[in-house]
Design a protein around this ligand. Sequence first.
Ligand SMILES: NC(=O)c1ccc[n+]([C@@H]2O[C@H](COP(=O)([O-])OP(=O)(O)OC[C@H]3O[C@@H](n4cnc5c(N)ncnc54)[C@H](OP(=O)(O)O)[C@@H]3O)[C@@H](O)[C@H]2O)c1
Length: 288
Amino acid sequence: MQAPHTLTGKTRMAGILGWPVSHSRSPRLHGFWLARHGIDGAYIPLPVEPAKFPGAVRALADLGFRGANVTIPHKEAALAACDLVEDEARRIGAVNTLVFREDGRIEGWNTDGWGFLESLREQAPGFHVKQGPAVILGAGGGARAVAHSLLSAGCPRMTLVNRSPARAEALARELSAHGAHVDVTASPPLEDAALLVNTTSQGMQGQPPLTIDLAPLPPAAVVADIVYVPLETPLLAAARARGLAAVDGLGMLLHQGRRGFQAWYGKMPEVTAELRAFVASDIPKQAG
Ligand SMILES: NC(=O)c1ccc[n+]([C@@H]2O[C@H](COP(=O)([O-])OP(=O)(O)OC[C@H]3O[C@@H](n4cnc5c(N)ncnc54)[C@H](OP(=O)(O)O)[C@@H]3O)[C@@H](O)[C@H]2O)c1
């Protein structure tokens, strides 16, 4: 008989703070890794309303949690709750991973951009960020993480395209302050783009579709979408139909969790085909 799964007096605890949090795939992701590595750990969904967030973070630390992921709408409040903040998270202005240190201090990271770069590396192995200009659709939280990480990784030039131009201009000013070449345009300059990334919620289930003609992209261009519901967005399907390399949003989601898992449970986990299939089985493949 298989031994029942039980917690012990030494179980390492972490979880995800959000409001709501029931849609999150992170418990499934971390649960897979905990089981795979035979770790005495638990990863718990933690629905916390915004007014209670700072108190909840302190309480988790006092209760002996190792840390937590943070999702909408708490990522900015999480930054304010930290005693130490990594440079990348400070630049992005948001924290998605909290580590409760043994010295009692709370450390904050943002691993979304790192997860995006790891996903690019995995799903478009021949591509390098330094290769050419990037076009980013959107200027929200996801765009901030993607844009900062691409520039840190050596992207030579970037264009932001957003429904609300003022938001894109504000982000471009901020990125340019670090010495980067960032423009804002109304229509995406695809002719010389090495990378196109959708960071808007268009194409997500229940949202309007993203309408863009990929024909002007060079044949070596890579198309990435950070939307992962559905897994195969119409943008990714159009890219594949044109023979372009396509990078899905699930990869970013899976990779962004790795650093937190290592900090809380002591093991750097891998993104394997089996993990991908396990998490993907809970997500619609196509829109509809
Ligand atoms: N794969 C991952 O790990 C990951 C991580 C983060 C986010 N995401 C996904 O990325 C998407 C965006 O998330 P976010 O946190 O960045 O959201 P956000 O901060 O609310 O930003 C949303 C962006 O989408 C644009 N947008 C929304 N509706 C639009 C429409 N009808 N037409 C044109 N533009 C529209 C917004 O433009 P305005 O500025 O004009 O409003 C803004 O640029 C979501 O689907 C989310 O699930 C995935």
